[in-house]
Design a protein around this ligand. Structure first.
Ligand code: ADP
Length: 491
């Protein structure tokens, strides 16, 4: 009996290509993890505000994790889903497949002058906001692509003559992993390039003109549940039937299918996203409108608050301050009463995202006294991450969206004391899914849909929540006003 059941069980490979690491997870169709593998890779910081990575290293890390999970796997893979860090730009040579420049990571701020110049032009910022739902900021891909075409020798001529391809990470992976060498993206990733029209979900000629980017280098935009090509690995061959940007994937993975449902992911950065269904919500509070998901020809939209530094701050405490050797040790170093003894931290390593959108500001620590300790600084860093979340919730409220409970995920939510602090600072319940890998879960679910193994009603029933949610205990909001005052002084 059991054997029959297992034979009909389908297995899905989810690839999650993040900013600090790549993961591959094999799920069965009930979302049980069968095998998983993760590999970190290096980022480079070659200049003030610059963040790069070697695209080959990213690709190798993905291939290695795929091989690890398939090695010895007693099942065939039915389909594969990909989710990825968004906005990061790779440009490569079409015939050799070799990147012409390192990947410029989403955190990179080198194009802030370029964006400021565009802001000075008449009504351009409004036009861009109207068409893309985004703010004119170096975060998005367009100015990064323009920088590569303007600064790498012969790049522009080669681009115009069709010798180059551009892709965000999923496109680079699809190109390299599929037998067909497909040049495709999905609508969620495309919506973060600043080159796609939100309404039509197609590349927009006038945006391409603004950023001086030839259309010929761009991939085809497809629905998330399309078929993107087939992968051959470990003697198996299986189709990619789901592709979705990481934050949208977490929204889907957290089952936020209804209007107003919200999740917050604490990974390298922190991203709050609310489902706004078929409405393109125009934010007055400098949040972003974006594609939440595109299934077939049906597009749903979302509102997003992007915080650039969350886990990055924890890595900085670990690697540069050398306060601990493993992120998990940080939990015991947060003060039990969440008291940072007057220390305030502004986590602006590469500027600030929503709602400030300031590329120039850099990080700072305030209020250091003779007896300030490592513990005080660590507590202040975690508090700053929670305060930034509160800023986004305030912005959402200004936009008419109020949040009664929050679903969280990402590497940082393994830290229970941080979750309690977050719950106190936000004065709201925090819900954590059983599997905090919501990003990979989203890709798994889209791949299940795209392959036809399950329909949307069946997908909605998968996944359960951890009962160990945090509920607010003590109020910490006075500290928020002090932190805001320091932040405002720095802006
Ligand atoms: P990404 O997908 O952006 O690569 P992840 O969701 O894997 O990021 O989260 C990784 C981040 O979580 C790292 O920056 C790491 O420092 C942080 N992290 C991991 N475990 C903990 C912990 N116990 N406490 C605080 N931060 C943690």
């Amino acid at each position: 009996m059991d054997k029959c059941k297992n034979m009909s069980m389908k297995y899905i490979l989810a690839i999650d290509q993040g900013t600090t690491s790549s993961r591959a997870i094999v799920f069965d169709e009930d979302q049980k993890i069968i095998s998983e593998s993760q590999r970190e890779y290096e980022l480079q910081y070659p200049n003030n505000g610059w963040v790069e990575a070697d695209p080959d290293e990213i690709l190798n890390s993905v291939e290695e994790t795929i091989n690890n999970v398939l090695d010895g796997l007693p099942h065939e893979i039915a389909a594969c889903g990909i989710t990825n860090q968004r906005e990061t730009v790779v440009v490569w040579d079409k015939s050799s497949g070799k990147p012409i420049y390192p990947a410029i990571i989403w955190q990179d701020r080198r194009t802030s002058d370029l964006c400021n110049k565009l802001k000075d032009k008449d009504n351009l910022e409004n036009e861009i906001r109207e068409k893309t739902g985004l703010l004119l900021d170096p975060y998005f891909s367009a100015s990064k692509i323009q920088w590569i075409l303007d600064n790498v020798e012969n790049a522009r001529e080669k681009a115009i003559s069709g010798e180059l391809c551009f892709g965000t990470i999923e496109t680079y992976l699809i190109w390299n992993l599929t037998e067909e060498k497909n040049h495709k993206t999905d609508a969620t990733n495309a919506s973060r390039t600043m080159l796609m029209n939100l309404k039509t979900t197609q590349w927009d000629e006038s945006l391409l003109k603004i950023f001086n980017i030839p259309k010929i280098i761009l991939p085809e935009i497809c629905p998330c549940d399309d078929t993107f090509g087939s992968i051959k690995a470990h003697g198996m061959k299986f189709p990619i039937t789901g592709v979705i940007g990481d934050q949208q994937s977490a929204l889907f993975g957290q089952n936020c299918f209804e209007f107003g449902e919200m999740k917050s992911t604490y990974g390298t950065g922190c991203f709050l996203m609310v489902n706004t269904k078929e409405q393109i919500h125009k934010s007055e509070a400098r949040l972003l409108s974006t594609v939440g998901c595109m299934l077939g020809n049906k597009t749903t939209y979302a509102l997003e608050g992007s915080i650039f530094s969350a886990g990055t701050s924890i890595q900085w405490l670990r690697d540069e301050m050398e306060f601990f050797t493993d992120a998990s040790e940080s939990e015991g170093l947060i003060d039990e009463n969440f008291d940072s003894k007057g220390i305030n931290f502004i986590p602006a390593f590469t500027g600030l995202g929503a709602p400030h959108w300031n590329s120039e500001i850099r990080g700072s620590i305030h209020g250091i006294q003779r007896d300030s300790s490592r513990k005080d600084i660590i507590t202040a860093v975690f508090k700053a991450i929670a305060f930034q979340t509160l800023e986004i919730l305030d912005a959402l409220e200004k936009d008419g969206v109020s949040v009664s409970s929050l679903k969280v995920d990402g590497g940082m939510v393994q830290n229970k004391r941080f979750l309690q602090m977050l719950s106190n600072i936000l004065s709201t319940d925090i819900k954590k899914p059983d599997q905090i890998e919501s990003t990979a879960v989203g890709a798994f679910k889209i791949a299940l849909l795209g392959s036809g193994i399950k329909n949307i009603d069946e997908i909605k029933k998968i996944g359960t929540y951890d009962e160990t949610k945090a509920v607010p205990s003590i109020e910490l909001n006075n500290d928020y006003q002090t932190w805001k005052a320091y932040l405002t002084k720095n802006l």
